[in-house]
Write a protein that binds this ligand. Structure first.
Ligand code: ZN
Length: 464
């Protein structure tokens, strides 16, 4: 089985706008089963891929985004492979004797021993840090394909020609490595994740999407969407050609993408509501400086990103907690109500979805936020910076970016005796692990989420 992960690949592009530029993927769709793949909560690369390959939700994983809290600190810490404390699909397959090759999957840095080979994903720190299991594979790959390109540097920037060149070189290298390993190591299960798709969307979305509010017709990058998706398709075709009739191909993405219309300045909002108190106001728009927060008078603060994570400042839990543990539920529910009625600068309601991790997940491990907030169904990002004087802004605060993640990614499954059902509805990211295990005849662990598509996607299927 080959699992080809396209980070952030969006259904409206793959299934619709660029389908004619993707004859190989289109052929897989014609023969196979495909549709939207509902992402994790939150729909973010970390934790989404780990949810996909473990059958666990983000709460069970204790991973609420790229960065997470640790005890005794208010600041977040970048997640790493060491934060994954559950087995992933390749571990179970390896235990049953199958040779596996997870390549470039997020949260595989540092690499861990597998029954086969592993190449770390895009959060590899570089330098002398290990990026392959076994380590001898590093020289084998670098000798053939040059220094490892784990990611595109500084992809939220304005030098778009450089960014595109870097994305293409990285994508080509990753697919070269995958082809090489498939041929040389003959894994039973290979899974690669191409992060270039995500980088491409963040850098180029407003240029390729005519519906983006800041799209300029006839811009010089407009054609790159079709060009890049064509490149992906060519490489998918080359990879598939290495398989045979018994090879199941599964193309998946961890979430989709949509135009970003702006952001909701969550900390600015918390200041105005009196929950967040600063000892001095910032002179210019800047990230929330925890050093100037008046913690003794602060009830709540937030971290921005695709969604807002709101934290209460609780005595005994936070270093300078200002509310008592007995008051947590009162403050949380009051904040939830106020966020459900949040208004923009003109006094209009901003649609929000507010979640309580303990209510939403099967478990809320690690250091969950007290509230998770999505703004306008992901049309708006959560802006953590402060000092702009506005609640709604049009630009991202961490560099040029015109793309937000969206709830639905994609899946296309074909070959290897899988049934061709055409387009189906209702598939979820958690279904991927039980489906892979089912295809290999490996018993499904009792406590994971998801359904095995091999045993039927149910009554909602439609004709292609
Ligand atoms: Zn992603």
């Amino acid at each position: 089985m080959m699992v080809i992960g396209l980070d952030c690949a969006a259904p409206q592009l793959v299934f619709d706008r660029y389908r004619d530029a993707m004859p190989n993927l289109s052929a897989l769709m014609d023969r196979g089963t495909w549709g939207n793949l509902r992402s994790s909560e939150p729909p973010i690369t970390v934790p989404a891929w780990t949810c996909m390959v473990s059958g666990r939700d983000a709460g069970e994983l204790g991973l609420y985004g790229f960065r997470n809290r640790v005890a005794g600190e208010t600041r977040l810490r970048l997640a790493g492979g060491g934060d994954v404390r559950v087995k992933r699909v390749w571990d179970w397959l390896g235990e049953h004797g199958y040779r596996v090759a997870p390549l470039f999957v997020p949260l595989t840095s540092p690499p861990t021993p597998v029954h086969g080979q592993m190449v770390s994903g895009f959060m590899w720190p570089g330098g002398d840090a290990p990026w392959c299991f076994p380590r001898g594979l590093e020289t084998e790959i670098a000798d053939r394909f040059g220094p490892y390109r784990a990611d595109v540097e500084n992809f939220r920037a304005n030098d778009l020609d450089r960014i595109y060149q870097d994305i293409v070189m990285m994508t080509e290298q990753h697919l070269d490595i995958a082809e090489h390993l498939w041929k040389e190591k003959q894994p039973d299960f290979m899974m690669l994740v191409e992060i270039g798709v995500d980088r491409f969307h963040h850098a180029f979305w407003r240029h390729i999407d005519p519906d983006h509010p800041r799209h300029e017709a006839g811009n010089r990058w407009k054609h790159l969407g079709r060009e890049y998706y064509r490149l992906l398709d060519t490489r998918i075709g080359r990879l598939c050609a290495l398989g045979d009739d018994d090879t199941t191909v599964l193309v998946v993405s961890d979430h989709g993408a949509r135009a970003m219309h702006g952001g909701f300045c969550i900390n600015e909002w918390l200041v105005r509501k009196g929950y967040l108190v600063l000892r001095e106001p910032p002179g210019a728009v800047s990230p929330l400086d925890h050093g100037v927060v008046d913690w003794k008078r602060t009830k709540a603060w937030a971290e921005g990103g695709y969604y807002a994570r709101v934290f209460l400042n609780v005595a005994g839990r936070e270093p300078n907690g200002a509310i008592q543990p007995t008051e947590v539920l009162t403050y949380r529910d009051r904040l939830r109500d106020e966020l459900n009625n949040a208004k923009d600068d003109e006094g209009n309601r901003v649609p929000t979805s507010v979640r309580v991790p303990e209510e939403h997940y099967r478990q809320a491990r690690g250091f969950p936020p007290d509230l998770m907030v999505y703004f306008d169904d992901l049309k708006l990002r959560a802006i953590g910076s402060i000092g702009g004087g506005r609640i709604i802004v049009t630009e991202n605060d961490t560099g040029p970016d015109s793309c937000n993640h969206d709830w639905d990614g994609i899946f296309v499954m074909s070959g290897g005796g899988t049934l061709g059902r055409g387009r189906v509805e209702g598939a979820e990211i958690y279904d991927v692990t039980p489906t892979i295990l089912g295809a290999f005849g490996v018993p499904r662990p009792p406590d994971i989420l998801g359904r095995d598509w091999g045993s039927g996607l149910g009554a909602s299927e439609t004709d292609p």
